[in-house]
Ligand binder design. Structure first.
Ligand code: NAD
Length: 313
């Protein structure tokens, strides 16, 4: 049985990590969050130690490292705000544990280089949650594309509208310095998925970028993709909005809708199973998606020209 520690235990995504640790037969022994709204721990690991101060958590983890072998932390799961991942992964590795870090792994590709050095120094590994890579429908599509029957590049349209209330722009998620902005925070899943299915990135054009929506065009080895992301309910198409829907997702490949709405519930557990079996996705697997979102953040939007997503009109 492996020992886990969890950083960012009071947040939205942390319970999925607690569930994944439980589902894979391991235990959470220590958790840290500056916010103490962590009653959810009782539903999973009531015995876990909890800290609201980093220094006390650090001291505890270090004490366990120096104690007998059974008490050591084997994995640190990281569910903190995006801009802190980098530092929290370094803490995990220096503490003699492997890291399991939420998306986006880091905000910029050069952060990956620093982490690689620490991996080499410590002999520990960074694993990431890229849960769409373990989704059966995505794996099937990748296999189909890689079987290479298609002569020209695939034409992809991707729209994802996930409405958020006014709180979003007041929280760290709405602060580009902390979250990387919408393309990073919400888009990184999809940009990693496009790279996973369609190969290396060749061109990256941004048509529009604001606090609540972003859109652009990406060309991959095997695809040309127009994308549109928004957290604004006004962008949900009329028909769906009239039916009370606040979320809209559509991904078409050569005009055909990719159906992958099912099979989302246990993807954290699936990711943990892969990581624990030594098949976790590491630093280099993240480089393409992190470079994509970093470039999108730096880009000057070109407006309505070229291959822009029709939702921009
Ligand atoms: P959240 O705001 O609900 O939770 C973040 C938690 O981190 C909060 O409890 C906060 O108190 C804590 N925190 C703040 N500063 C901290 C610090 N210095 N040290 C430790 N903890 C600190 O956000 P969330 O939605 O749970 O997102 C957490 C991470 O998970 C983000 O990286 C996000 O991108 C990612 N996420 C992934 C998915 C997915 O589908 N894989 C979905 C949502 C969020």
């Amino acid at each position: 049985m492996k020992n886990f520690a969890l950083i960012g235990a009071a947040g939205y995504i942390a319970p999925r990590h607690m569930q994944a640790i439980k589902d894979t037969g391991h235990r959470l022994v220590a958790a840290y969050d500056p916010n103490d709204s962590v009653g959810v721990i009782d539903s999973h690991f009531p015995e876990a130690d909890f800290f609201t101060e980093f220094e006390r958590f650090d001291r505890h983890v270090d004490k366990m490292r120096r104690a007998n072998h059974n008490h050591r932390i084997d994995y640190v799961s990281i569910c903190s705000p995006n801009y802190l991942h980098d530092s929290h992964m370094r803490f995990a590795l220096r503490s003699g544990a492997d890291a399991i870090c939420e998306k986006p792994l880091v905000l910029n590709p050069w952060n990956i280089d620093g982490l690689k050095e620490i991996e080499q120094d410590t002999g520990r590994k960074v694993n990431t949650i890229l849960q769409l890579r373990v989704h059966p429908a995505i794996i099937a599509l990748r296999d189909k594309v890689r079987s290479g029957k298609h002569k020209t590049k695939h034409e992809v349209d991707l729209a994802y509208i996930t409405s958020r209330g006014h709180w979003y722009l007041q929280s760290w998620k709405g602060d580009a310095k902390k979250s990387g902005g919408i393309a990073t925070n919400i888009g990184v899943h999809f940009f990693d998925m496009l790279h996973f299915i369609f190969g290396d990135l060749q061109q990256n054009v941004v048509h529009h970028a604001s606090d609540t929506k972003a859109a652009g065009f990406l060309e991959y080895e095997h695809a040309r993709a127009r994308w549109f992301l928004s957290v604004d309910v006004e962008d949900v198409p009329d028909a769906q909005r009239a039916a009370g829907q606040r979320t809209f997702r559509s991904i078409t490949v050569d005009g055909e809708e990719i159906e992958f709405s099912g099979g989302f519930t246990d993807l954290h557990t699936r990711s943990y199973q892969e990581i624990l079996a030594g098949r976790g996705y590491g630093l280099e697997e993240n480089r393409c998606a992190i470079t994509t979102v970093s470039e999108i953040r730096q880009a000057q939007p070109v407006g309505l020209q070229g291959d822009y997503h029709p939702f921009l009109l």
